[in-house]
Design a protein around this ligand. Structure first.
Ligand SMILES: *Cc1c(COP(=O)(O)O)cnc(C)c1O
Length: 382
């Protein structure tokens, strides 16, 4: 039973020692009985461990092929947890177009004097080599990027990071372990915002950190208990339930996203389509080598700037106007005024984010309905 699809469906099924419940029961208890004052059971206190959290962690560790995982309260607490692997004043390198919350976290941790941080274009070999020459302790990697779907060569970067003696952390939220395998590409740590594809139903906030080595896994678990960033039992129960259908959801969403990318590419009102599904993607070769599918995120620039983008969104009924991604339902957002509003306008322009950019998280609805909805959007733009 090695196929990951089978593993995630079967995870914790029929494993209830108390009553033989087929799906795992939910343990909300904060505290557990001690057999005697000098003898602790497997479980003692819910921040430290919980059957639902442990079951999810085990499943996610196995899915990535890591030594262990920590399930946290959010993707951000997962990323922050990784900073406990380094020392005060250590240098962290991150992509200049990383997730906004990651940019804010690293910037403010640096302002506090806890770490030093440098944001670079990781597809620029010279910039990467120059940054690695400064002996960083940890390098964060994200691919594809948000919202422009830029792709970097994860294997090449991880090898360079290893040679520089640093820890590589891949934020694999956009693809999940079913589309990109961080450890096969040489990463030390894989992070997910489980809020997105892993849970897949837009009804929990969560994260996880998977470590390739036993040593990192132990340290991360220790710090997670120490700082209390571990996820609630209910969220873990919910997330494992969502995870079971990840393979089906991804297949369906990806097929829809591919059809939509091709459709957008033919529209006269579209300036550019940014999609890993299109052979015209500038890093298509890397995508084919390192991903087992294009994922279901894409963005496109509409003619007419913010006004056109606004009219387009307001005419849609199936695509809901909301940030976030990875749910079964299709979402649309305007990075200019929504997900990337925290960035300075100049920084947005420098990153290539125009005010007419629209980002889609494509769901699993019937493709004809999605295409009809988008067609309605284009008709509404004057
Ligand atoms: C959403 C997201 C995060 C943050 O996760 P939360 O669960 O919202 O805290 C981090 N990285 C990426 C790439 C994301 O999309």
């Amino acid at each position: 039973m090695t196929d990951p699809k089978t593993k995630i469906v079967q995870a914790q099924i029929g494993a209830d020692p108390a009553h033989g419940s087929v799906p795992p029961p939910l343990y909300l208890s904060s505290t557990y009985l001690w057999p005697s004052p000098s003898e602790k059971g497997i479980y003692d206190y819910g921040r430290t461990n919980n059957p639902n959290r442990d079951g999810l962690a085990e499943t996610l560790a196995e899915l990535d092929g890591g030594a262990g995982a920590v399930v946290t309260s959010s993707g951000m607490s997962a990323l922050d947890l990784t900073l406990n692997l380094i020392q005060a004043d250590d240098l962290v390198i991150a992509p200049h177009d990383c997730y906004g919350g990651t940019h804010r976290l690293l910037t403010h941790r640096a302002e506090q004097g806890r770490i030093r941080v440098e944001f670079i274009d990781q597809s620029d070999e010279k910039a990467l080599q120059a940054a690695l020459a400064k002996s960083p302790a940890l390098v964060m990697i994200e691919s594809p990027s948000n919202p422009l779907m830029r792709v970097v060569d994860v294997k090449a970067i991880c090898a360079a990071v290893k040679a520089a003696g640093a820890i590589s952390v891949v934020d694999n939220t956009f693809l999940s372990p079913l589309r990109l395998r961080p450890f096969d590409l040489g990463a030390d740590i894989a992070v997910q915002s489980t809020t997105k594809y892993i849970n897949g139903h837009s009804d929990i906030i969560g994260g996880c950190v998977v470590a390739k080595s036993e040593d990192h896994a132990e340290k991360l678990a220790w710090w997670a208990n120490c700082t209390g960033v571990t996820a609630s039992a209910f969220d873990c129960h919910q997330t494992l339930r969502g995870l079971r259908t990840l393979a089906l959801r991804l297949d369906a969403a990806e097929a829809n996203a591919t059809a939509i990318a091709k459709f957008l590419d033919t529209q006269s009102q579209v300036k550019t389509v940014y999609s890993p599904a299109l052979p015209s993607h500038p890093q298509y070769k890397i995508i084919q080598a390192q991903q087992s599918g294009p994922g279901a995120m894409l963005s496109f620039e509409i003619e007419g700037g913010l006004d056109a983008a606004t009219q387009f969104c307001e005419a849609l009924s199936i695509f809901k106007l909301a940030a976030s991604l990875g749910g079964v339902e299709s979402l649309i957002c305007v990075p200019e005024t929504m997900t990337h509003r925290g960035m300075a306008e100049s920084a947005r322009r420098e990153a290539g984010i125009s005010d007419g950019l629209l980002r889609l998280s494509v769901g699993i609805e019937a493709i004809d309905d999605l295409l009809a909805d988008l067609t309605k959007g284009f008709s509404a733009v004057s």
